[in-house]
Design a binder for this molecule. Structure first.
Ligand code: PMP
Length: 428
């Protein structure tokens, strides 16, 4: 097991002696064996490029990180390898409970311990005070585009939105069904490459809340600090889906933070809402029960069946982030990865270009184009041959995008940069 792991592109980043899951042989699941020895069992043929033969020869429960790629997808995205291995080791029988987390009652003591630990670790990571509730919800950040105005304003309340990319644009479009929003700044005419200076924001002093998207996943623009609502009682609301837990954040500046989990902290299906307690309990009358923060807060996110397995995975990621030394350490790593990638782009004499203004470039999503745009398809194809996948830019902007979330190892970014240099040497 350990020997095969050394062939991984990512393995040298995993301190093997510290990682019990790498050194411990993983027992094949008996259910898998019986399926495989059952003559009527027909394996489903799912092609997994380049690894098909190897994967079929191995019991599904054995993990070889040589099978894994560097996945630059924007989300769902790469997860920490040690978290996946831990989940694998606990999949069949969670800590002696005799069942998988997927099979547990969400009201049983086992799952309660999982969700409570996840919340407590997240509170530690982000230093969230007891003035805030932490909710584990469903419906993605897209549902929050509606839930936020439904919960914290009345239909006639004025609200300010800053539109720095496609996601904040979607938020305002959904919001206008439930309040009276104004777009007080839009970066559309400059192709969403900027964040405004805060003096440029013509805030309405009556606005109930000021909504921002802390990191625009498609356009790669990220706030480096945050505006203050000009209304003294105004509330700063942030969509942090794509930079959640990538760096320390002063939660006390915000009334509400929401984030889909599937970029930095877990699988899709979990949406995290951090909301100041005094904002809970005034939802508009038509608010569906599933969107009412009061219902979820009073029931500790267990009003209905929550996405149990996803919450468990988020909990493992939070534990891992704490073990890394917390978000101060995580941010250092993210800055280093982003720096070497942006340097490679900026030092390519225009062969690669990043359209985003330097001061607001995202540490998480790095969009770039090729001067010779006709080579972009080849770039993406050749990179995939070298096990670097999902580098195609979003369909709305084209070009390339490398998402380098917390779980992308430095080695992945180094490999991409080396590949970019070779590609340039071949095609310049
Ligand atoms: N906001 C941002 C910043 C996003 O990146 C995304 C998803 N890519 C969304 C909102 C929508 O999230 P979901 O698909 O979870 O609804």
């Amino acid at each position: 097991m350990a020997a095969s792991m050394t062939t991984s592109p990512q393995t040298h980043l995993l301190p093997q002696t510290n990682n019990p899951f790498l050194n411990k042989p993983i027992t094949p699941l008996t259910s898998t064996i019986s399926l495989r020895t059952n003559p009527t069992f027909k394996p489903i043929s799912i092609k997994c490029s380049a690894t098909t033969h190897q994967a079929q020869a191995q019991p599904q429960t054995q993990t070889h990180s040589s099978d894994r790629v560097f996945n630059f997808a924007a989300g769902p995205a790469t997860l920490p390898e040690n978290v996946l291995l831990k989940a694998q080791s606990e999949l069949y029988n969670w800590r002696g409970s005799g069942m998988s987390v997927m099979e547990m009652s969400h009201r049983g003591k086992e799952f309660l311990s999982i969700i409570q630990k996840a919340e407590s670790d997240l509170r530690t990571l982000l230093n969230i005070s007891s003035e805030y509730s932490v909710l584990f919800l469903q419906g993605g950040a897209t549902t929050q585009f509606a839930a936020v105005p439904l919960n914290i304003c009345k239909p006639d309340d004025a609200v300010d939105y800053v539109v720095t990319g496609s996601w904040s644009d979607k938020a305002v479009k959904e919001g206008q069904k439930y309040c009276k929003p104004s777009v007080i700044w839009s970066g559309k005419s400059e192709k969403y490459t900027k964040i405004p200076s805060f003096d440029e924001l013509k805030q309405n002093p009556e606005a109930r809340f000021l909504h921002i998207c802390a990191n625009e996943t498609i356009h790669g623009v990220e706030y480096k600090n945050y505006p203050t609502p000009s209304n003294q009682n105004g509330i700063l609301v942030a969509d942090m889906s794509s930079n959640f837990c990538s760096k320390p954040v002063d939660v006390s500046k915000f009334g509400l933070i929401y984030a889909g989990a599937q970029k930095n902290v877990g699988p899709s299906g979990v949406t995290i809402v951090i909301v100041r307690n005094d904002l809970i309990g005034n939802a508009q009358d038509l608010t569906p029960v599933m969107l009412d923060y009061k219902i979820h807060a009073e029931n500790n996110s267990l009003y209905n069946t929550p996405p149990c397995y996803g919450i468990y995975m988020c909990g493992l990621v939070f534990e891992d982030l704490l073990e890394q030394g917390g978000l101060v350490e995580v941010e250092k790593k993210n800055k280093k990865k982003a720096e070497i990638l942006y340097n490679a782009i900026d030092e390519s004499n225009g062969f690669f270009k990043c359209p985003v203004e330097k001061s607001v470039r995202s540490l998480m999503n790095v969009p770039f184009t090729l001067e010779k745009s006709e080579l972009e398809g080849e770039f993406i194809k050749e990179a995939a041959k070298e096990n670097m996948v999902q580098l195609k830019g979003h369909r709305s902007v084209g070009g390339m995008r490398a998402s380098i979330y917390n779980a992308m190892p430095l080695a992945g970014v180094e490999k991409l940069v080396a590949f970019m240099k070779n590609f340039q040497a071949k095609h310049a």
